[in-house]
Ligand binder design. Structure first.
Ligand code: PMP
Length: 500
């Protein structure tokens, strides 16, 4: 089929980050596709929040603004496996609404941090209470505090947005005919309901395949979802913990149910956890497409569909999010920080910049250190004036670790940032550093003084916290500290700096 040119003409300027939501690329799979079919993926990681849920986030807020359900400055609250929260956090940040998210503690740590980085508050709920627990908490918070609840699991704005955007993008990319197969999983079912109804209306020959975790056949089981009098779902009997974060919560959401009753599903494709992980890894390493676990699962389902699809069939799989929010999860098992044996062998295959070769270390200057007398006087004065003084570099890891250690202990200190911009005038920082070198006899930074006495650098400080000598020094000048926070001083260094 006709491909888009590599460089498309796109609007050069966007009025807001929100205008970049949607219109994600549909990309041909070249190396992993079996012979005889055209396999495509819709890469939702191209959304500004890195997932398909940016679409819902924008739709939910704009629909509520239009209906008056959301007032200017009102707090938004939502239960989410993370991506909806990240999407809502960026939409709320751009539009000026406070956001509170409830999320089960079992979803990846990256999600929490991303939401908090975007300015949201994240209230964790016990994993044992599953999706229904985080949902109930969000409802309770909304009720008690008068907040706007986004209700992704039943909000029609969710499905409507997918009909208006995702479905249009898919249908139009295939010249109005749609693909032969469209493969998706479901969480809220917003994608499923919204896209499937457009495909049914406009592309009757498109077969819709729904993927589920192989151990959690919620819809495929045919067991109806129980709800209480208020429509609140009970935990579904077929639910088991599974790997595909964002798919199949422990209940069938209203929007997913609507899609089932509308006859939107032609076939089910169960996917094993290991197949999902392998597919995500293969997409990254063999196609350069970096996506999350549910995306790997959807792609694994599409590969199964491809096995029995007629020759020439065009298959589209949804890839809901980026792989970057799975670094702390099993997806990255076996991806180490340290060099592997192969990488060490590569390092040693040439002489430069190696760890096992002293010759590659910088050569230290042998000249005796000298300094300006006025700088030496300044160092003496600073050391005399403050109970705890540290001479540091603004962004050096050792300096930061020592600062964090004293902060954790609750011990106030005076820091002299030798390389700060303000210290560059007349090379003041350089002169002080030289004077410090003369006074201490060591050229390295940081250097720490307690009660006017030189303690040493980062190592001596860490060791002092460990062996009790720092406690003695501080006690001698009337300072006590909380040693429960400083039991592992070396833990304040970043991982790559820990002594080997
Ligand atoms: N995958 C991931 C990673 C998700 O976060 C979600 C949303 N919960 C989905 C898939 C499912 O999308 P939808 O809610 O539209 O069914």
């Amino acid at each position: 089929m006709q491909m888009k040119p590599v460089l498309q003409t796109a609007p050069a300027l966007y009025g807001s980050i929100l205008d970049t939501i949607g219109n994600t690329p549909i990309v041909r799979i070249n190396r992993l596709a079996p012979e005889g079919v055209e396999l495509y993926v819709k890469v939702e990681a191209f959304n500004p929040g890195g997932s398909v849920k940016d679409r819902f986030a924008l739709a939910a807020i704009e629909a509520a603004e239009a209906s008056g359900a959301l007032k200017p400055g009102q707090t938004v609250v939502e239960a989410t496996s993370g991506n909806t929260g990240i999407g809502l956090a960026l939409v709320c940040a751009a539009k000026g609404y406070p956001l509170v998210v409830t999320m089960a503690e079992s979803f990846s740590v990256e999600r929490r941090k991303l939401m908090r980085f975007l300015g949201a508050k994240v209230v964790l709920t016990p994993a044992a209470q599953k999706g229904t627990g985080m949902l109930a908490k969000a409802e309770e918070l909304a009720r008690e505090h008068g907040w706007f609840l986004a209700r992704q699991f039943e909000n029609e704005a969710n499905a409507d947005m997918h009909s208006r955007t995702t479905a249009r993008e898919i249908v139009d990319a295939f010249g109005g005919q749609g693909p032969d197969y469209w493969v998706t999983g479901f969480g809220t079912g917003g994608t499923l309901k919204g896209v499937s109804r457009v495909l049914r209306a406009e592309c009757p020959k498109t077969r819709i395949v729904v993927a589920e975790p192989d151990n959690v056949p919620l819809i495929q089981s045919g067991i109806a979802q129980e709800r209480d009098a208020d429509g609140r779902p009970a935990s579904h009997p077929m639910f088991r913990p599974h790997l595909m974060q964002g798919w199949s919560p422990d209940f069938i959401a209203k929007l997913a149910e609507d899609a089932v009753s509308a006859g939107a599903i032609d076939a089910f494709q169960p996917v094993a956890g290991n197949a999902a992980l392998q597919a995500a890894r293969d997409l990254a390493a063999q196609e350069g497409i970096f996506c999350g676990i549910s995306a790997g699962a959807t792609f694994a389902a599409a590969l199964e569909v491809a096995k029995t699809a007629p020759k020439g069939a065009r298959i589209v799989a949804m890839l809901p999010d980026t792989g970057e929010r799975y670094m702390s999860t099993v997806l990255f098992d076996g991806i180490e920080e340290e060099m592997s044996d192969d990488e060490i062998a590569l390092s040693r295959s040439t002489p430069g910049a190696r760890f096992d070769n002293a010759a590659s270390a910088p050569v230290a200057s042998a000249a005796a250190p000298t300094c300006k007398p006025e700088a030496a006087e300044m160092v003496d004065e600073i050391v005399a004036q403050h109970p705890v003084v540290m001479f540091v570099l603004e962004w050096c890891e050792f300096s930061w670790s020592v600062r964090k250690l004293f902060a954790a202990a609750g011990v106030p200190y005076h820091a002299v940032e030798l390389d700060a911009a303000a210290m560059q005038t007349d090379n003041l920082g350089g002169d002080l550093r030289a004077a410090l070198g003369v006074r201490t006899g060591v050229p390295t930074i940081p250097q720490i003084f307690v009660g006017g006495t030189h303690v040493g650098g980062a190592k001596e400080t860490f060791d002092g916290f460990k062996d009790g000598s720092m406690a003695k020094r501080l006690n001698a000048i009337g300072l006590s500290f909380d040693d429960s926070k400083t039991a592992n001083p070396y833990g304040f260094l970043p991982g790559w700096m820990h002594p080997r």
